[in-house]
Design a binder for this molecule. Structure first.
Ligand SMILES: [Zn+2]
Length: 499
């Protein structure tokens, strides 16, 4: 039996009693007091601080106090909770630049869908039947899955906000999950709703953000369905000090709109555009010249077939725009940012290789694994409006931190930390997650989560929605696209056929 107070050599040597004692101390501290992460390989993603082959990160409550090769002298005393992490890589929590959490009791239901079938099955069908409880269930499973995979901050593009109660329910899921959530409220794409948008954004911000809910913020969402002209919505947001995220930015109509907004001076650093597939040079000049941000959804563009299906990583870089990454819809796609990082790396290298192979003298070089990890951390933070708070391990920033096991069987031995995180790691290697200094995953398990209850909520909601929408879930037979009754969707599909 080992002594609980004796510092173990590494996490491999710790016995369950030691681990449980540490977890209990972290839970009791609940984001207060000081915690020393000791002896890990540290990727700060802060160019001023750099990386540490072996180093320490000292937390003080919700924030990072110090980062350095050896902070033992600075952080001595019995009140300091010491986590020995040799063999682990410590890095900033990953940031998902855009995900529609509400849908995710329907994860992977229609994995072979294209964009039309996706719209039919969600906005034209199941979305119409959502109760607040369904919004809660979808958001909760999605956010817990995010945390499990090392994502500490999610921009939740909630475009099924049918009533104030539907929005309140997703904030309840944010609080229960412990995730840092950027709520982007937007009206449903189809069906009846309370028409509370955009005014309800102000209520959501005052009732659910700040104070006892420091992890939640609000942005204006502009999507396919425009209940007011984009310029009016942007003015409303700016009059009230809110930043703006556009989703569904793809193809010639979006390209023309973005270019025009840029020419009118309406874009700016407070605007983030999601996807940006098949945009003109003029649109890219508008984005780059205004300081607007771009969030890619690489697997979404390719798998669902958005516009030309090419995640515009090279286009963005050519115009000097560093993009962030996002999951988008789990109903068809993977749930974690490891997949996004690999997808965008492969996409850029594939296009660069093809151009060079064909004799293009101006073919770009390859982006690096560090580039894509920056997209998933630093740039993600900037693009959701939290660049001054998260995204790097910098003293004064929030303690949103992930520790990845580099000595698990799929990763050992640790030869290259960036390569291990981007190319080698998977959700099962995410050992520890802290958000705002609070422990959310420990020793590879979510902390304080009653998975039996979460499963029950997800199944109840899924079965209710399927019954209301008129299909039965059979795990070996995907539901087929059905007759679309909603007028919005009839018009949508008619216009697609005219193109
Ligand atoms: Zn989206």
């Amino acid at each position: 039996m080992s002594d609980v107070t004796a510092p173990p050599r590494s996490y491999h040597d710790r016995d369950e009693r030691v681990l449980a004692a540490l977890r209990d101390r972290l839970l009791q501290a609940a984001g207060r007091g000081r915690v020393l992460l000791r002896g890990a390989t540290v990727l700060t993603m802060d160019p001023q601080i750099g990386d540490l082959a072996v180093g320490d990160v000292l937390l003080n409550g919700a924030v990072i106090e110090a980062v350095g090769p050896d902070l033992g002298a600075r952080a001595s005393g019995p009140e300091v909770i010491v986590l020995d992490l040799p063999g682990m890589i410590v890095l900033p929590g990953l940031v998902d630049g855009h995900r529609h959490c509400w849908q995710n009791q329907l994860r992977r239901l229609i994995c072979d869908a294209d964009i039309d079938e996706y719209i039919a099955m969600t906005h034209g069908s199941t979305a119409l039947h959502y109760r607040p409880a369904d919004m809660f269930a979808g958001d909760l499973v999605s956010l817990l899955g995010a945390i499990d995979s090392g994502v500490t901050c999610v921009l939740d593009f909630s475009h099924n906000s049918r009533s104030p109660g539907h929005s309140d329910a997703v904030f309840e899921a944010y609080r229960e999950s412990g995730a840092r959530a950027v709520h982007v409220s937007a009206p449903p794409n189809a069906g009846q709703w309370a028409e509370q948008f955009p005014e309800d954004l102000l209520r959501l911000r005052s009732e659910h953000c700040g104070g006892t809910s420091p992890l939640a913020t609000v942005r204006m969402g502009i999507d396919l369905r425009r209940v007011r002209p984009a310029a009016d919505l942007m003015s409303f947001a700016r009059d009230h000090g809110m930043a703006i995220t556009f989703d569904g930015v793809m193809g010639p109509p979006s390209s023309a709109e973005v270019e025009e907004l840029g020419l009118k001076g309406a874009l700016g650093p407070d605007v983030t555009l999601v996807h940006c597939t098949d945009m003109s040079d003029g649109a890219w000049r508008s984005i780059a010249g205004s300081g607007a941000h771009v969030t890619l959804a690489p697997t979404s563009d390719q798998q669902l077939g958005l516009a030309d299906g090419v995640p515009p990583v090279q286009r963005a870089l050519d115009f000097g725009v560093r993009p962030s990454l996002s999951v988008d819809v789990e109903i068809s796609l993977s749930s974690d940012l490891f997949a996004q990082m690999r997808c965008v790396l492969l996409t850029q290298r594939m296009h660069a290789t093809q151009r060079r192979y064909r004799g293009d003298a101006s073919a770009p070089g390859f982006i690096s694994h560090r580039d894509v990890l920056e997209f998933a951390t630093v740039q993600g933070a900037a693009d959701v409006g939290l660049g001054d708070q998260i995204g790097t391990l910098t003293p004064g920033k929030q303690a949103d931190i992930v520790a990845i096991r580099a000595e698990d069987v799929n990763n050992l031995p640790l030869n290259n930390a960036i390569g291990t995180v981007v190319q080698g790691a998977d959700t099962k290697n995410v050992d520890t997650v802290l958000i705002g200094g609070q422990i959310r995953k420990w020793c590879g398990e979510l902390v304080g989560v009653d998975l039996r209850r979460v499963r029950a909520l997800a199944y109840e909601s899924r079965d209710y929605l399927a019954a209301r929408a008129g299909f039965t879930v059979n795990p070996v037979v995907a539901p087929s696209r059905r007759e679309i009754q909603d007028p919005y969707l009839r018009e949508y599909f008619a216009s697609r056929e005219r193109q």
